[in-house]
Write a protein that binds this ligand. Sequence first.
Ligand SMILES: Cc1cc2nc3c(=O)[nH]c(=O)nc-3n(C[C@H](O)[C@H](O)[C@H](O)COP(=O)(O)O)c2cc1C
Length: 255
Amino acid sequence: MKTNEKIIIYYFSATGNSLKAASVIASLYEQSKLVKINRMNVTEHPDSSIVGFVFPVYMGGVPDIVYRFLEDFPFQDNVYYFSIATYYTYKGSTLSVVNKILNNKGVSLNYGNYVPTVGNCLKEYEVSAVKRPAILERADTITDKIANDIKDKTEIQPSKYCGVSEKLHKSMFNIFFKDTYKKITSDDNCIGCGICSKVCPVNNISIKNKKPQWSVNCQSCHACVHWCPKNAISLGRSKGRLQYHNPDIKIADLF
Ligand SMILES: Cc1cc2nc3c(=O)[nH]c(=O)nc-3n(C[C@H](O)[C@H](O)[C@H](O)COP(=O)(O)O)c2cc1C
């Protein structure tokens, strides 16, 4: 049964795993709002006593765009704050970092939890089609439990630091993903359809002479690589690897 409280969930998602988790949580409320985290700044506090942040783990930490969004967020007292991070195999200290940002603003996370699911970092690896159904089934089970925890306003503090500092995670991210925009390319299979530009969560891709061009604001999220209908976009060693998107999320959900 749905609760008649109002929930607002801010999400960042490239291949739909985090959007799927956010949608499942929202589905338990009569009044829910899903808001994409992008370059906008939140200036007004949302009119809700339940506010969530859902996004993927990037190199054991919080994606830069989400980090900056949280730093600007107008947190308030008497709000139930939760955060869910989706990840593949290594969650690092992601939600401890979120909690630290909140603590610096005088509040704290009421609930923090993780959903292990299919990894989308095609630059580094590919998750085989054979393995995906079992991973997704487990993710759905965990997400359902998390959604009910939140509905019951359960209090769960995120696990502590994993032993690797936030600074080291950030340096590792920079080593692996800095200047990604210089390394993404499209090949001759590109038909100039512009889907890459539409799915980019930060509007970083423009189409010039029927070819995509990446600007400096790339978040390394891989949305353009995974959603290209011709698999024409590659990032480093990702060329030829199997694309992925969450089977319950349609491309239009990300526009
Ligand atoms: C740049 C980048 C870095 C990532 N780093 C990690 C990581 O450190 N640990 C991990 O388990 N998964 C990592 N992943 C995988 C994503 O966290 C995972 O696939 C997530 O569910 C994707 O969410 P989305 O579909 O909402 O974009 C990374 C993915 C990308 C694109």
